[in-house]
Ligand binder design. Structure first.
Ligand code: FEO
Ligand code: CA
Ligand code: CA
Ligand code: CA
Length: 590
């Protein structure tokens, strides 16, 4: 295996950056450039960015806030045109806009925040391969999807009574997407994204089915949209099912700005981190998915129909329906602890649905799909330490399951440690490597090993794929990517609170003598999370989304000035923005 490895991107690793540094740090000889920032105008008629005057209309025509999933999809052979596709997960009112004095003014802020959620598709251009990309204002494929854009339900729960509201008596069309965390670009050119922390957007009846298991309460919602849009108060008549219309995998076709994006009910409802596709040699299509909550589960969806190769209109249409029909499974792990946490074991995918029917006692098919967590509880799946990105290695088909952390593991009344989740009060997270039986994507059995048990250097219980030498300290792994040489890249979310370093991007070989030799490539600014990442190593470029820089600040006292920094230290004046702007950054060689 090692012999087939190409070198990948060559760089001198950086050392970790203290948690209070408002700096974007790259290796010597590299530069970083923001490609696009919150508020940048996307269309010809987009107003200029001006956070002193919140405007929902303006925001819907501008780049949104807080990107998590990111891809840069080249669209011509010369590598001079591309589509940037990313989601806009959530907003932070306190640092985005000034305090208001009237309810009317605050209502416009709330409408603006709603418009800052969703998705963006943006055309990029550059003169030659290896250059820094620029985005093209007014390009034909540019698109904003917001919390009000119509999405069509697909799959067995579409049209179900569980999805009906007074605005949608057919249970067919939901408005908007929000809380979108990670995702995956499909082999057929669409983008999948997981609706994750949707519960924070609703006021709901705590006694309603699913409320407890999905974290819905009758307190005022985190985001306050129920004050401007009645559907976010699920205790109001006609809206009891509105929360059921979120928590899905959504699919967006970035090449068709007029297409209606979809929500796939066959893939279940949970706090979906994301979904990543693997296509087997015979065209079998599966999607791997994590539910990012302490003690929630790892899932696999096996599509009923096979992938059709080629770029024809018929093939595209066929492939865009692959996730409408199939079987949903949840993972159960067994194994025993080994020395040094080099744990391994076996596991099985337990079916929740089979051939279009429920296989969970006491659950109808629609109930399995809408209350998936409850169905997975019933079959006794293995409670995990918060599955974030779950991604198959495109070269080997092995699956990497990133468990970000779980500080409740092994505490009173909570599940104990097990071989696959080996640490009590797991503050630093770990990564599991799964090999499907006979390498088949649709296998129902697998073997697994711990690839990495994260932490600060020398800390007891850490394990780095068998590597004995020094490694970069790492905590709270979240998003991952693979490079052309078969290395794994790991982005983190939460290092400041666990190991007192800024979040970062790392590279680690999966094969050969250096398996487990983790080095650090970049660090993001204060209070930011490293998202994306996208690694085009053969092009000499790495892309990350810098999410929630300076998130603990306020309008009056900002903690970050990323990415422009020009106004650092200046007094805020009229139209004089001084504060952080979440942005997509390209890192290239100088
Ligand atoms: Fe939005 Fe699971 O991190
Ligand atoms: Ca995030
Ligand atoms: Ca995440
Ligand atoms: Ca996270």
């Amino acid at each position: 295996e090692a012999a087939s490895l190409k070198p990948g991107l060559s760089f001198s690793p950086i050392t970790s950056v203290a948690a209070d540094q408002d700096a974007f740090t790259v290796p010597k000889g590299f530069r970083w450039d923001p490609i696009i920032r919150w508020g940048d105008p996307l269309f010809r008629n987009s107003p200029a960015f001006d956070p002193s005057k919140p405007s929902a209309k303006a925001q819907a025509l501008q780049f949104g806030y807080n990107n998590d999933y990111l891809d840069i999809i080249e669209t011509n052979g010369r590598g001079t045109e591309a589509l940037l596709v990313c989601n806009h997960e959530y907003t932070n009112r306190a640092i985005m806009f000034p305090p208001t004095e009237t309810a009317e003014a605050e209502a416009e802020v709330l409408r603006t925040l709603k418009a800052a959620h969703g998705f963006a598709v943006v055309e990029l251009e550059r003169r030659r391969r290896g250059d820094v990309w620029s985005y093209v204002q007014g390009a034909p494929l540019n698109r904003r999807i917001t919390a009000d854009t119509p999405f069509r339900f697909t799959g067995p729960a579409a049209g179900s009574d569980l999805l009906k509201t007074q605005d949608d008596e057919h249970g067919a069309l939901a408005l908007g997407t929000f809380g979108n965390c990670s995702g995956g670009t499909t082999p057929w050119g669409t983008v999948l994204s997981g609706e994750e922390n949707f519960n924070g957007y609703f006021k709901a009846d705590p006694a309603a089915r699913g409320s407890k298991r999905y974290g819905l309460t009758n307190a005022a919602s985190t985001y306050g949209w129920e004050k401007i849009d009645p559907r976010f108060d699920a205790t109001a008549a006609g809206y009891a099912n509105e929360p059921h219309r979120f928590g899905w995998i959504v699919e967006i076709d970035p090449t068709d700005p007029r297409s209606t994006p979809v929500k796939h009910t066959a893939m279940g409802r949970m706090k979906h981190e994301g979904a990543n596709i693997r296509v087997d040699g015979d065209g079998t299509v599966v999607a791997y998915m994590g539910d990012d909550e302490k003690f929630d589960y790892l899932y696999k969806f096996v599509a009923k129909n096979k992938f059709r190769k080629g770029d024809s209109k018929a093939a595209r249409k066929h492939n865009k329906q692959l996730l409408d029909e199939g079987d949903l499974y949840v993972a159960k792990f067994t194994g025993e602890a080994q020395d040094d946490n080099a744990n391994l074991g076996s596991g099985q995918w337990i079916p929740l649905t089979k051939n279009g029917a429920s296989v969970v006692d006491g659950f109808t098919l629609e109930e399995v799909l809408v209350f998936t967590r409850e169905a997975a509880d019933a079959v006794k799946a293995t409670p995990m330490d918060r599955c974030e990105d779950v991604q198959p290695d495109p070269k080997t088909g092995k699956l990497y399951v990133v468990c970000t952390n779980n500080d409740a593991r092994g505490t009173t009344g909570k599940p104990a440690t097990d071989a696959a989740n080996p640490r009590a009060v797991n503050k630093n997270g770990h990564i599991i490597e799964i090999t499907e039986r006979r390498g088949r994507a649709d296998a129902t059995k697998f073997t697994w090993d711990l690839f990495m048990v994260c932490g600060d250097e020398g800390q007891a219980g850490t394990y780095f794929g068998g590597w004995d030498g020094p490694v970069a300290p790492i905590s709270c792994p979240d998003n991952i990517a693979f490079d052309s040489a078969g290395n794994l890249w790991i982005a983190t979310d939460g290092q400041p609170s666990s190991i007192d370093r800024n979040d970062a991007l790392f590279r680690v070989p999966l094969h050969g003598r250096e398996r487990g030799h983790l080095v650090q490539f970049l660090a993001v600014p204060v209070e930011a999370e490293t998202c994306g990442p996208v690694v085009h190593d053969q092009d000499g470029s790495v892309f990350v989304a810098v999410q929630h820089p300076g998130e603990d600040g306020s309008w009056a006292t900002q903690n970050s000035y990323f990415p422009d920094y020009v106004k650092a230290g200046a007094k805020p004046g009229k139209g004089d923005w001084r504060g952080p702007r979440p942005a997509v950054v390209q890192v290239t060689r100088k």
